[in-house]
Ligand binder design. Structure first.
Ligand SMILES: C[S@@+](CC[C@H](N)C(=O)[O-])C[C@H]1O[C@@H](n2cnc3c(N)ncnc32)[C@H](O)[C@@H]1O
Length: 379
């Protein structure tokens, strides 16, 4: 059940969730309805308690919502969750033996989704220093038309960072450590700095790592010009970068197995949040073997796509087996780039060894079914 709540509340954002059928008569309220609300640019949840003759409300931070739902399961036997994708019903006469059923979505919530996507984290028309410096905006803050898709991509990325923000550590003034592996020209590294440091006022230490010397020199110069003092760029290979740690690891289009090295570092450090958009997943292309699928795999293009999904599917399972809650989400729409699947992984608050074992078993079955040995396996 925890996993289902994590998946639904962290990834899908329910339109509403209704807890009903109370376990004991003495419980004062009859049902609890949870809805997402936007407050101060952040998603929170409002819990509405329905009593016989009154209704009360309570706000819950995104970071606490899964625990809150788990607690409510001690009070109620039934939960109905409505998302844009599906309706989910949980019937649990016994807390540890839930029956879960799913059907087509009966509700849709255009307004909530609409408002979120329209109100960009960094709006068009308001001057933003790093976007001006990188040539995405003019000095008046207007986005330059040919860079509009980059502007949208940056905002989409920040929406995702906004979603995972509550999962990042927040202990005193301790800086949040973030590493962007394969940062390239670092639009997103600058964007993350801007979001966390400038908009959220958090102490940060952000590193962008890339193989290319000229790119690193360029990025360090831009950071210096902007006074982004806690943002540094280093030249190096992800595979050799083992000497640090991070609260969040990001990779955007780190080619082929470079993504695996980044994931491996993140897991080894116990990184809270991983956002990774892989690309060029070629490694398994010449390894995949499966008699049943062979007639399909003889078509290069199908084999190529399957390789891509298999690589990322295995990466997702491996992360689950290491205690992460994983979602594959669309990063940008396919019209902008085919490389648009993001692995979004958030470390579970408490390791559930059964879930980890199950994911590891599924990982091994899938790997063996296609007779592959991916880099993530060796690492
Ligand atoms: C497609 S670019 C993406 C750049 C940037 N993340 C973005 O999305 O705009 C991939 C970048 O990863 C870097 N890269 C690839 N393999 C790497 C490795 N093993 N170590 C460090 N950087 C790597 C490349 O130099 C390149 O700049």
């Amino acid at each position: 059940m925890r996993q289902l709540f994590e998946e639904t509340f962290v990834n899908d954002k329910p339109i509403k969730a209704v807890f009903s059928a109370k376990r004991r008569k003495s419980l004062e309220y009859n049902k609890v309805t949870i809805r997402p609300v936007m407050a101060g640019g952040e998603i929170r949840y409002q819990a509405e308690y329905t009593y016989d003759k009154k209704v009360t409300h309570n706000n819950i931070a995104q970071a606490d919502i899964v625990e809150f739902c788990m607690e409510l399961m001690n009070d109620f036997k039934q939960v109905n969750i409505f998302t844009n994708a599906e309706d989910i019903q949980i019937l649990a006469s016994k807390v540890d033996k839930p029956h879960i059923s799913r059907k087509k979505a009966s509700l849709s919530c255009q307004n909530f989704v609409h408002n979120r996507t329209k109100q960009y984290v960094i709006p068009d028309g308001v001057p933003c220093d790093f976007l001006i410096r990188l040539g995405v905006m003019d000095k008046a803050g207007k986005v330059i038309p040919k860079h509009y898709s980059k502007f949208r991509q940056i905002n989409r990325y920040l929406e995702i960072v906004e979603d995972v923000f509550p999962y990042l550590p927040n202990k005193g003034n301790k800086p949040l450590k973030i590493i962007d592996f394969g940062c390239g020209k670092a639009y997103l590294t600058f964007a993350i700095y801007h979001y966390l440091k400038v908009l959220k006022g958090r102490n940060v230490e952000i590193i962008g790592l890339d193989l290319k010397k000229d790119v690193i020199e360029f990025c360090n110069k831009v950071a210096e010009d902007l006074g982004y003092n806690e943002l540094k760029f280093l030249m190096g290979d992800i595979a050799d970068y083992t000497s640090d740690n991070a609260d969040m690891v990001v990779t955007l289009h780190a080619c082929d197995t470079a993504t695996d090295y980044a994931l491996m570092n993140a897991v080894a450090w116990g990184t809270q949040v991983i956002l990774s958009v892989p690309c060029c997943q070629h490694e398994l292309f010449n390894q995949i073997k499966n008699d049943v699928h062979q007639p399909m795999l003889k078509h290069g293009i199908l084999k190529d796509r399957l390789t891509e999904y298999l690589t990322d599917g295995l990466r997702g399972l491996k992360l689950e087996s290491k205690g992460y809650s994983v979602a594959m989400i669309e990063f940008t729409s396919l019209e902008h780039t085919a490389r648009n699947i993001m692995i979004k992984a958030v470390k579970r608050r408490s390791a559930d060894s059964e879930l980890c074992k199950k994911a590891q078993k599924q990982y091994e079955e899938l790997r063996d079914f296609y007779q592959v040995r991916p880099t993530i396996d060796k690492l």
